[in-house]
Design a protein around this ligand. Structure first.
Ligand code: P1T
Length: 386
């Protein structure tokens, strides 16, 4: 069966993965080598040096491109390394229009790394399409979309933003980390590039840091393969193997985590100490209809804040959960609890954070695949400390 004809779960398990030709090994071997023997100068089996090519990485790149319905997959040593390669497609004087609620590390890279090289980023509320249109000017070369956004879980209309960007001949990139390819496929909605922190749902077990880019345009793909080799932020074969293994259960993990998240969001809505619950799967959430149209489920991230808005108050919850571990990151089988203002989004100035609703008491949950009754009980016993 050709990969294009496979449904999602079949692709997750089989795309790009063939039994190893030398032994028949069903699982892709970890080709732990830095170089490959050549028969004669330039005469080799397609592999010269492991920064440039590695069979374990090749299998993963094919697998991930199939999951995102793209032609080319390019892997990197982290999500931010993948982002950096995309930024290197731009030249001094070029500008980026980005959403104003996004992972703090992505914001930091745009503002504190690429701005020094003459690339200016503008951060706008992309849930308002008029603001996107207004922010694009003759220097704009890239529109950077993260949806659901981190950590406010706003939903941006991918198709509508890509239509606007296309009318201005501007490249679009969607950071699809929070949704994973199981919930949403941005290339199908008109995006030029999709990127992932594979550290999260793709890896799925909090045991690897990894990044990926998937796209259809061959010329841009060739530039990115060039950057992968020329800059060298490549993942090791063991890390590629771990992501490849994680992906095999992506659909099962995400399905279960989304179900758990919805129940937890509903529980939080009814809690007297909780002020706002941010979860697109709640019927009165402003993005409910858009999320339903754009995503397969509503995701497994839930954010909320407290009536008494302070770090001290939030700490009482953050320090007292037993199953929800207080840690950065997301997308693993185990549930995590985090405090964006001091952890993942500390690099964003407080006044900018407050503008998007990222208050001092905002708490972010990455809901895992445990029994949801135990997770709710864990939150309940932590709330007693308030
Ligand atoms: O950590 P790394 O693999 O480099 O990925 C960076 C990244 C990119 N995009 C999004 C949407 C992300 O959430 C992240 C990393 N985020 C966390 C570590 C976090 O806890 O939010």
């Amino acid at each position: 069966m050709s990969t294009e004809n496979m449904k999602f779960a079949t692709k997750a398990i089989h795309a790009g993965v063939d039994p190893d030709p030398t032994s028949g090994a069903v699982m892709t071997p970890i080709y732990q080598t830095s170089t490959y023997a050549q028969e004669a100068p330039g005469k080799h089996k397609g592999y010269e040096y492991a920064r440039t090519q590695n069979p374990t990485r090749d299998a993963l790149q094919k697998n991930l491109s199939a999951l995102e319905n793209g032609k080319f997959g390019i892997c990197f040593s982290s999500g931010l390394a993948a982002m950096d390669a995309i930024m290197r497609l731009l030249n001094p004087g070029d500008e980026i229009v980005s959403c104003n609620d996004l992972y703090g590390g992505s914001y930091r890279q745009m503002v504190r790394v690429h701005e020094r090289y003459g690339i200016k980023a503008h951060f706008v509320d992309m849930t308002d399409l008029k603001k996107v249109e207004k922010a694009i000017n003759k220097n704009t070369k890239l529109v950077w979309i993260e949806t659901p956004t981190n950590p406010m879980l706003n939903i941006i209309d991918i198709q509508a933003v890509c239509d606007i960007a296309k009318a201005h001949k501007v490249l679009t990139c969607v950071d699809n980390t929070f949704a994973s390819p199981y919930l949403q496929n941005p290339l199908d909605l008109g995006a030029d590039i999709v990127t992932h922190s594979a550290t999260k749902y793709l890896g799925g077990h909090s045991d690897v840091v990894h990044g990926a880019i998937i796209l259809n345009d061959e010329a841009i793909a060739q530039q990115l393969y060039f950057l992968q080799n020329a800059v060298g932020a490549v993942p090791g074969p063991q890390d590629c193997f771990l992501v490849l293994r994680g992906v095999k259960t992506l659909h099962l993990r995400v399905e279960r985590a989304c179900k758990n998240a919805k129940k937890i969001a509903k529980y939080l809505v009814g809690h007297p100490k909780v002020k706002n619950v941010y979860y697109p799967g709640l019927k009165d959430n402003p993005y409910y209809e858009l999320a339903k149209r754009q995503m397969r489920h509503f995701g497994a991230m839930v954010s909320f804040d407290l009536h008494e808005d302070s770090l001290e108050e939030a700490s009482k919850v953050l320090s007292n959960t037993k199953l929800f571990l207080l840690a950065e990151s997301l997308g693993g089988v185990e549930s995590l609890i985090g405090h964006p203002a001091t952890m993942t989004h500390a690099s964003i100035p407080r006044e900018e954070r407050l503008k998007v609703g990222l208050t001092d008491s905002l708490i972010r949950l990455s809901v895992g695949i445990e029994d949801v009754e135990d997770l709710i009980e864990d939150l309940e016993q932590a709330f007693v400390h308030l």
